[in-house]
Design a binder for this molecule. Structure first.
Ligand SMILES: [Zn+2]
Ligand SMILES: [Zn+2]
Length: 270
């Protein structure tokens, strides 16, 4: 084991011990729904602030993928109301059922760094495949699109709060994929939490409507990762970029499109 690996593993152990000391909170049936809501709103918050500053600051507009689109308070409040309602009416009862059937286990040892990275990446690749197939099916079969997926396409320009602005069926499908993958791979509970946080962050980033020099797709080499530009194009053009994160499935199915063209953006401005 190298020095840096041992430092990271020690950090994971400190974090895991800290969480284990709060067993009563983690074992509470309220924990999953509160955790999901807090992580989601924390990931959205910086982007919502940028959206509200966008019309005043040219510096912020420089990074916006569709600078003509503007978030209003009314739209933001509508999205927030829907997110709170969905968490209270659907995610909470489901997480109580999950809590009742599957006891929370807390082994004394934290996972090592390598297994965390490997398992989180494997969960993301599985999620990417499952959502790609779900998404493709819900675009190809028109009644599935109209009944279950159209609700997520209300906006042709993305902003962070559109991430969970979906129909109940789509939200439950995503919730199912997210909880299924760590169970299939028998992940450590800490890895499961870290996957959950990474998954929410990447989904929000993909819907953020911003391209920064530090955006995930710029950090992953060889065009393997799509990111915000790709998903914004999906909302603009409907028939491209079905995978949420990586590009390999769209490349294989011939549905990958990389960049916005000025003409496309101008066409949607009219
Ligand atoms: Zn779609
Ligand atoms: Zn979307």
């Amino acid at each position: 084991m190298t020095n840096s690996e041992s430092t990271e593993t020690v950090f994971l152990q400190i974090l895991w011990d800290w969480l284990r000391e709060r067993q009563s909170l983690i074992r509470s049936p309220f924990f999953p729904v509160l955790f999901s809501l807090i992580i989601y709103l924390s990931c959205c918050f910086p982007y919502v602030c940028l959206d509200l500053l966008c019309s005043r600051l040219a510096l912020v507009r420089r990074f916006k993928i569709q600078p003509q689109s503007q978030l209003t308070w009314a739209t933001a409040c509508g999205c927030l109301r829907k997110i709170l309602r969905n968490h209270a009416c659907f995610i909470f009862p489901l997480s109580v059922v999950h809590w009742y059937w599957k006891a929370v286990v807390s082994p004394p040892l934290a996972p090592d760094t390598l297994s965390v990275v490997r398992d989180v990446l494997a969960c993301l690749l599985l999620f990417d495949t499952q959502y790609f197939l779900w998404h493709l099916l819900h675009h190809k079969v028109s009644w599935l699109y109209l009944v279950f997926h159209k609700e997520h396409h209300r906006y042709t320009a993305t902003f962070s709060l559109t991430t969970e602005d979906t129909s109940v069926w789509e939200m439950l499908s995503l919730f199912f994929f997210t909880t299924l993958n760590p169970a299939i791979l028998d992940c450590h509970p800490l890895t499961e939490m870290l996957f959950f946080i990474t998954n929410i962050y990447l989904s929000v980033e993909a819907h953020s409507g911003y391209e920064f020099p530090w955006s995930t797709h710029r950090l992953v080499p060889f065009g393997l990762y799509g990111g915000a530009q790709h998903h914004d194009l999906h909302h603009l053009k409907f028939k491209v970029n079905y995978a949420p994160y990586f590009t390999h499935w769209d490349r294989l199915f011939g549905t990958l499109q990389g960049e916005h063209t000025d003409t496309e953006v101008k066409k949607h401005r009219l």
